[in-house]
Design a protein around this ligand. Structure first.
Ligand SMILES: [Zn+2]
Length: 434
């Protein structure tokens, strides 16, 4: 078995050096084949080693969001590997906790991987893979599954101080509970192009705040773009995020729980109900509160942790803040970051010029990130994207980042980061050329 293990080790090493140094492949391969001759014969000697050979010689091309290093499976026991990127696809095997793989590309919720132990290939849910090398290059923003409002404000201030010529913080309004909703403005307010990015309008999707801030830091570090100004509102719903993150009941949220439970709207109990909170403090789903066919919104009857559209369009202060800020600049595009699924929505209502442009942008980002580009199902109304697109004619996207259910676990952030880290650059190029 020693020889078998040595062979594996060499193969593993080859995966890392093959791209950087072709010569190493040529010299290392004979060693790997010759070394067993010197060792004591054992059953492993007669095992057919060549199954490893093709995977080394036919190096797959990495997609733009993948990196060359190894990833480790982090799960309880094992995860399924499938032949196609779908939970209904045939099983290709299972990967045990600790198994090392190489990611070749991302497709929807899945990563297409090759195991380093035996070269088996297949699709696994991307949010179970942690890269061995440090792929996250931010200094101020730190990875966590609980990125709080306070941390976000501190990071915003730190970035504005570190990049005074490029970044400033502006308050665009207040939440139901009077919490300031800040925007990080990166670039010239007189720039010819403007992009609005908003995240965490749905409370439990607060990992989108971390992503928006990390993308902002990365954009600032790259020097930005004098022609494109980004307006990033990383936490549209700070009260809701606090409810989800702290999961501590007060009288009001307990009453909503009692109501939701009585109406058969939740089966969650205790903290779980609050962790899965989507709405603002009033129990209104802000992303069903915009004036975009609001009357058609499929709503629950009363304030709830999710899915209640409110008493009227723009009834909520968070909605009003986003509406008034969006009207202040001639935005070339808006991006709303959400967490459920790994896909992009671009369409709303009857075909329009804004939709056509949004579709083009969605295809570019979809290709970059490995997210599927989805048609509207015709059942969703009252969202920010819907309003910005139909009322103001701004090409607008919703990007869903997660591969697991919200609130997303910390490990899901790694694929999210790799897939999104060039989105600002890509959007900036697109709006300049559109
Ligand atoms: Zn959402």
């Amino acid at each position: 078995m020693k020889r078998y293990a040595a062979y594996l080790l060499v193969c593993v090493c080859l995966f890392f050096c093959a791209c950087a140094n072709q010569g190493a492949v040529g010299t290392a391969t004979p060693d790997a084949q010759q070394s067993p001759a010197a060792s004591t014969p054992e059953p492993a000697l007669t095992e057919p080693a060549p199954t490893f050979e093709p995977t080394r010689t036919a190096e797959p091309t990495l997609s733009p969001s993948a990196v060359a290093g190894a990833f480790v499976v982090e799960c309880e026991d094992a995860i399924n590997m499938r032949k196609e990127p779908s939970s209904r696809a045939e099983l290709a095997g299972t990967l045990a906790k600790g198994e090392r793989v190489r990611v070749m590309e991302y497709v929807k919720n899945y990563a297409y991987v090759e195991t380093l132990s035996n070269g088996t290939k297949g699709y696994v849910i991307a949010g179970y893979l942690k890269p061995e090398e440090d792929v996250f290059d931010c200094e101020t923003v730190k990875i966590t599954d609980c990125y709080t409002y306070e941390q976000m404000r501190a990071d915003m201030d730190a970035l504005a101080a570190a990049y005074p010529a490029l970044a400033s913080v502006s308050i665009i309004g207040q939440s139901v509970r009077g919490v300031e909703i800040p925007a990080l403005i990166m670039g010239e307010v007189n720039a010819p192009h403007h992009v609005l990015v908003q995240a965490a309008i749905h409370a439990r999707e607060h990992m989108t705040s971390l992503l928006a801030m990390a993308l902002s830091e990365s954009w600032l570090r790259s020097g930005g773009n004098p022609q494109v100004c980004f307006h990033v509102i990383p936490m549209t719903n700070p009260d809701g995020v606090k409810i989800s993150q702290e999961a501590a009941y007060d009288e009001h949220t307990r009453q909503l729980y009692v109501n939701d439970y009585a109406a058969g709207l939740t089966e969650a109990e205790g903290e779980e109900y609050l962790r899965e909170w989507k709405a603002n403090y009033n129990g209104v789903d802000i992303n069903r509160n915009f004036d975009a066919m609001w009357e058609s919104v499929n709503t629950v009857a009363a304030p709830s942790s999710g899915d209640y559209r409110g008493e009227a369009p723009e009834s909520e202060p968070e909605t009003q803040a986003l509406v008034s800020y969006t009207r202040q600049y001639a935005f070339d595009a808006t991006i709303s970051y959400h967490a459920t699924g790994s896909m992009i929505y671009w369409q709303f209502g009857p075909a329009s010029e804004a939709d056509k442009a949004a579709h083009a942008l969605a295809l570019v980002i979809g290709e970059l990130a490995g997210y599927s580009v989805e048609f509207d199902d015709g059942k969703s109304f009252g969202g920010y994207k819907d309003w910005a697109s139909s009322k103001l004619g701004i090409p607008s996207l919703t990007i869903e980042i997660g591969t697991r259910s919200a609130p997303l676990p910390e490990i899901d952030f790694y694929n999210i980061w790799l897939r999104n880290r060039f989105v600002f650059k890509t959007v900036a190029e697109w709006v300049k050329n559109a």
